[in-house]
Design a protein around this ligand. Structure first.
Ligand SMILES: Nc1ncnc2c1ncn2[C@@H]1O[C@H](COP(=O)(O)OP(=O)(O)OP(=O)(O)O)[C@@H](O)[C@H]1O
Ligand SMILES: [Zn+2]
Ligand SMILES: [Zn+2]
Length: 879
């Protein structure tokens, strides 16, 4: 049997399966998805089996064997292997890069060198033959030797006890014998093997089992002599136990001695075994069991459609567009219940920062132990254990951030993507996949339903539901638009390009549960505040609002879309700004360390006292960061209790949760933070939400700037007045007339979309086309310019040959444009100059393949001195 293996070398030359012989001892175990160690170019590498063949493509003599099967159960399933293949084509990456994204870090083993004693070579000085468990030979006079070479007894015994033992461990432990080790390996006294072990092993604990033979044990207790009092006590204790008890717990908790427990085990009265233990990050936390709520009429309409689709076992995509507080989560929960009842599994994706204990609690509360939680704040071991629960079919629901889309379930019925508009669903490193598109593809494989949930759907998803040819609402859609006040948007009939999402069913939830009103939103023009003599960062309105909440003992949430103390340092005399020497970007001032830091490369320097350019002392910190807002609050409202939540205060594991739980317990008056405070929070005493400056995200060089601003404002406004107390929202801005600000004030998604779509169509941006962003970088500008131009030219030639190099303004169905090369918005990063080409295309154009082909000549050869080419399909960040 021949196994076809993708080896873990992410290079273009090795991006294909290689053939290996499967020896008969392994043949019964190896499967598609198995992780193996294979010899490759003189090394041992990890790889994945992607298929089998009868005949090898290389000649018999050169065919090598699979060295090791690394797991008893394959970590990947055939559908994931196939999905990785699709990802490698769609996102222009290697197959192995996609495969690596699917397994937990714990399984990303590195090849290690192990040694053991070559039994048939050595001779013992005392001419005894080596017995299997050599170290029990007793006196230690036996010494393993071969000719003039002999191993010190201590070293030999250590190796025998651990066999096979890591070479690096031996070298570390016995540095004095490292020369000897090398000779022993060379002479064949020791043998070396290379193996890929897991980085994190299953955690094993010694567990004591209650007596199998109770009668015998009871008799033994009665018969035990007085000097064995301790054993008697231990056995009596174990007789009372129904479940096995970890040894540790017996020793610490019950105060029994290890020797007595062992003595009992030796007599066969008790059993001690190693058992696997899960590192459960939620261990010891009680989850209050919740029952399904009776659904509102709107919820039940949405639920009905999802449930029917899940039952049909046909792949489908649905867009659950529900305003904040409309009860989307309850719909998810009941849909998942349906899915489980049919014997299928569900995946729930939630943005990393929304994966709060509150969120987890809602799922664990409903499904208890059937839920596995995957997120990056877990340790590698914890994550591995949660992942194993899925693989070993011990759970039915996986909830997690982006990569949970690869949860190794075998029969998926439902995939939910909450806050589907979030950019964090796009991975920014290779493989640069979008979890939403991968979800649709996985659903296709399983006949599953994808539910995209959001109050502010991405334009792509909305277009897929409302504008796509054949979508239920493209030719009228009375129901939907009636739900939005009877307005029918007047979109052009121009086809939209929605990529994977060709068709989606729109499920609207336009009202809050219980008829609670949407909070009133007030816009404050900060320019007018300044003219009126208010130079503070708080408008009079927001100041008053905060004062009222303090007086009434209610809580406020303040959003600032920036971290750090201040965004940049500028000289008021000459206009000098402090920039990063490695990147073309201004440095950020951090109050605590009084340092300037680059958020892209980490460069840090002391903040200057005088201007390095003109020597003036009028060098100031500009902009507002969360730290400054915090200080200002303390000044204005002495004694105010503020919780600041930003990247700087949440780096430590669990800190995010701690801060939120403190706020939930009303141990603070104000929750101040960056985007993190906008997501998913549901606290009954929050009655005021303030946005310090709505514009910070509006002026970024990104065609989605308005969309992101609208989404952020709508999300954060949705945190107010979700329960009995009515909510109030104050948005401060320098551009009150901008449509993203105005429409968010009225919670008017439809109007926002109509305006935004107009802009996108004029400028030819998604959803009216699809994009590929190619970023080229090099330390030398001339070389970069030359390669960038060659690349763009080659791409145009290829597109012309394919007959698709056509302006997007034309009426052609298939069109592709190549823009650039131009300098990237961040023109230098980590000492490398950066150029970019933007490819816009629509219709049946295989742009990814053309880009790959044009880039190929520049990607081959050695890495040193090369222009690096990064390819981002459907980019979310254009910097
Ligand atoms: N059918 C129902 N009956 C009573 N209460 C409900 C019902 N459905 C949801 N709720 C409650 O309404 C509140 C808002 O619901 P939920 O958090 O699910 O909304 P959401 O749409 O997910 O909100 P957001 O997107 O803003 O986070 C919650 O407190 C929830 O328990
Ligand atoms: Zn100056
Ligand atoms: Zn930098």
């Amino acid at each position: 049997m021949i196994a076809r293996v993708i080896v873990d070398v992410p290079s273009r030359q090795t991006d294909r399966p290689f053939d290996y012989r499967v020896d008969s001892d392994m043949a019964g175990w190896i499967e598609v998805g198995s992780r193996v160690a294979v010899p490759f170019g003189g090394r041992t590498l990890q790889g994945f089996v992607v298929g089998f063949a009868e005949e090898a493509e290389v000649e018999k003599g050169r065919l090598k064997a699979v060295a090791e099967l690394l797991d008893p159960m394959p970590p990947l399933l055939p559908d994931l292997i196939e999905l990785a293949r699709w990802m490698s084509i769609t996102y222009v990456c290697t197959w192995t890069t996609a495969l690596q994204a699917m397994i937990p870090a714990a399984l990303k083993g590195k090849a290690e060198r192990y040694v053991y004693i070559t039994e048939d070579r050595g001779e013992y000085a005392d001419s005894r033959t080596a017995d299997q468990d050599g170290y029990e030979r007793g006196s230690g006079q036996g010494q393993l030797s071969l000719g003039a070479l002999s191993l010190p007894i201590e070293l030999e015994q250590f190796i025998r006890q651990q066999e096979p033992v890591k070479l690096s461990l031996l070298q570390e432990r016995y540095p004095q014998w490292s020369g000897l080790l090398k000779s022993a390996l060379r002479e064949g006294l020791l043998t070396e093997t290379v193996s890929v072990r897991n980085r994190v092993a299953v955690k094993k604990v010694l567990t004591v089992f209650p007596p199998d033979d109770r009668e015998a044990a009871e008799a033994a207790v009665a018969d035990m002599p007085a000097r064995a009092a301790k054993q008697r006590e231990a056995l009596a204790y174990m007789l009372e136990q129904e479940e096995p008890v970890p040894l540790q717990q017996l020793l610490a908790g019950a105060g029994l001695s290890a020797s007595s427990v062992r003595a009992l085990a030796d007599k066969g009265l008790l059993r001690i075994e190693e058992t696997q233990q899960d590192r459960d990050p939620y261990a010891g936390r009680a989850f209050v069991r919740t029952e399904p709520l009776p659904l509102t009429e709107l919820q039940s309409a949405a639920f009905g459609q999802i449930a029917a689709a899940v039952r049909s076992e046909q792949q489908g995509t649905m867009l659950l567009q529900g305003v904040t507080g409309s009860g989307k989560t309850e719909v998810y929960l009941q849909a998942i219940e349906q899915c489980i009842m049919q014997g299928r599994q569900a995946i729930v994706l939630v943005p990393e920062i929304a994966l709060t204990p509150q969120m987890v609690e809602r799922f664990k509360g409903r499904f208890g132990d059937l839920v596995a939680v995957l997120h990056s704040r877990l340790s590698t071991g914890e994550r591995y254990d949660e992942w194993r629960k899925i693989r070993e079919k011990r759970v039915k629901v996986a909830i997690g951030a982006r990569s949970a889309i690869f949860a190794p379930f075998e029969r998926i019925g439902l995939i939910i993507i909450d806050e589907e508009h979030e950019t964090s669903y796009k991975q920014e490193e290779s493989p640069k996949y979008h979890a939403r598109d991968v979800a649709v593809r996985r659903a296709e494989q399983h006949g599953a339903v994808v539910v995209l949930g959001s109050a502010t759907p991405s334009l792509e998803s909305y277009a897929a539901a409302v504008l796509a040819p054949g979508s239920r609402h493209s030719s009228g859609g009375e129901g939907v638009h009636a739900a939005y006040g009877g307005q029918r948007p007047d979109y052009s009939t121009q086809a939209v390009e929605t990529g994977m999402l060709q068709r989606a069913v729109l499920l609207p939830l336009p009202e809050r549960v219980g008829g609670r009103p949407m909070p009133g939103v007030e816009i404050v023009d900060m320019r007018a505040e300044l003219q009126g003599g208010n130079r503070s960062m708080f408008s009079r309105k927001l100041h008053q609002g905060l004062a009222d909440r303090l007086e009434r003992g209610e809580q406020s949430v303040l959003l600032l879309n920036r971290r750090g103390y201040s965004t940049f340092v500028m000289c008021r005399s000459c206009g000098y700004t402090a920039g990063c020497p490695h990147c073309e970007i201004s440095l950020t001032f951090h109050q605590k360390s009084r340092a300037l830091r680059c958020h892209y490369c980490g460069h840090t320097e002391r903040s200057p006292e005088t201007c390095p350019s003109c020597g003036s002392e009028h060098i100031r910190f500009f902009g507002t960061g969360t730290q400054r807002v915090e200080e200002e609050l303390a000044k204005l409202f002495p004694g105010i209790r503020v919780i600041r939540m930003d990247v700087d205060t949440t780096t430590e594991k669990g800190s995010h949760e701690k801060l939120l739980s403190r706020f939930g317990k009303r141990q603070a008056d104000v929750l101040l933070g960056t985007q993190m405070v906008a997501k998913g929070l549901d606290f009954p005493y929050v009655t005021l939400v303030g946005v310090i400056a709505a514009d910070t995200s509006l002026h970024l060089p990104d065609f989605r700037a308005a969309e992101k601003t609208f989404q952020l404002l709508t999300q954060v406004a949705g945190r107010a007045g979700r329960h009995e107390l009515p909510g109030e929202v104050i948005i401060q801005t320098y551009t009150p007339e901008h449509y993203s600000v105005l429409t968010s004030q009225r919670h008017d998604y439809e109007s926002f979309v109509r305006e935004e779509l107009k802009q996108r169509r004029i400028l030819s941006y998604p959803p009216y086309c699809r994009l590929i962003l190619v970023t080229l970088s090099h330390e030398q500008l001339p070389q970069l310019v030359s390669v960038s131009e060659k690349f763009a030219e080659e791409l145009r030639v290829l597109a012309a040959e394919a007959g698709v190099l056509v302006s997007l303004d034309s009426r052609e169905a298939d069109a592709m444009e190549v823009l650039g090369p131009v300098a990237s918005p961040i023109p230098r990063l980590k000492d490398r100059y950066r150029f970019q080409c933007m490819i816009k295309y629509r219709g049946a154009v295989d742009a990814a393949a053309l880009v790959k082909q044009a880039a190929r000549p520049h990607m081959e050869g050695s890495a040193a001195g090369k222009v690096l080419i990064g390819i981002d399909v459907d980019p979310q960040v254009i910097l």
